[in-house]
Design a protein around this ligand. Structure first.
Ligand code: IPE
Ligand code: IPE
Ligand code: MG
Length: 241
């Protein structure tokens, strides 16, 4: 199947809504956290595959601004699992060429979680391979509201003229400022919705939905999504080439 992939048409930036961990576990009679654990391992594998394929940016939805509504033990697990995971794998991460970033609200995360994010970002900032961005306590409404506040402050302070605000001004004030345009969004688990993810960035992205639960979304599934993407005719309002 990999032969059907056109290596000259690899997207620069893909995003994934990592969904279905809980259902993956339930189907097997296992507690939900086992699904989250498998999901974390899968993210590592898929990041390595994306890097090998030459994708430059992979942006993944890990925890939304709405996910705090879940039962406390699940939230607790989701806020501590990455810390255990990074402790275990940080040496190999630092030896790799992956650049890790986290975007989202920072004011509600446990201190230990924040420290880990800062440490990982600092230690991988000069890496030149795939930029893997974890969206944690992320929601598009919050991201856009934050951007609007920053723009309003600049106008108030006089460094920006309101008449000079363009779509690029907004793009440049989002958490993803400086990132290449989002080419492809993948959502696993069969849900056909965006759930407050990258609303502005998605304006002209291709969308791909699969019934596969995130822990089962392997290299073969990734290549299938990329082949599907390569068949799309991206017209941006123009006419077929
Ligand atoms: C995605 O899996 C991970 C998070 C949202 C944290 P879910 O936990 O949403 O799994 P389902 O959708 O209940 O199967
Ligand atoms: C979206 O998944 C958020 C993440 C994957 C982190 P949810 O499982 O929270 O989304 P809904 O509630 O089904 O829309
Ligand atoms: Mg879900």
């Amino acid at each position: 199947m990999k032969n059907d992939l056109d290596m000259t048409l690899i997207p620069q930036h893909i995003a994934i809504i990592l969904d279905g961990n809980g259902r993956w576990a339930k189907k097997r009679g296992l507690p939900r956290f086992v699904g989250h654990r498998r999901g974390a391992f899968n993210l590592r594998d898929i990041s390595i595959e994306c890097d090998k394929l030459g994708i430059k940016y992979l942006t993944v939805y890990c925890f939304s601004t709405e996910n705090w509504k879940r039962p406390a033990p699940e939230v607790e697990f989701l806020m501590t699992q990455p810390i255990r995971y990074f402790k275990k794998y940080k040496d190999s991460l630092y030896k790799s060429n992956l650049r890790l970033k986290a975007i989202g609200r920072r004011d509600r995360l446990p201190k230990e979680f924040l420290n880990m994010i800062n440490e990982v970002e600092e230690n991988t900032k000069d890496h030149t391979g795939l930029t893997l961005t974890l969206c944690i306590d992320y929601g598009s409404y919050n991201e856009i509201t934050t951007a609007v506040k920053k723009i309003a402050m600049e106008c108030k302070e006089g460094s920006l003229n309101p008449f000079d605000i363009t779509p690029d001004t907004i793009t440049d004030h989002l958490f993803t400022s400086g990132y290449p345009k989002l080419d492809l969004l993948i959502r696993t688990s069969g849900e056909i919705r965006i759930s407050n993810f990258l609303l502005w960035q998605l304006a002209y992205s291709e969308l791909y939905f699969t019934d596969t639960y995130w822990p089962d979304f392997n290299k073969k599934e990734l290549i299938k999504a990329l082949i599907d993407y390569q068949k799309r005719d991206r017209r941006y309002g123009g006419l077929k080439k």
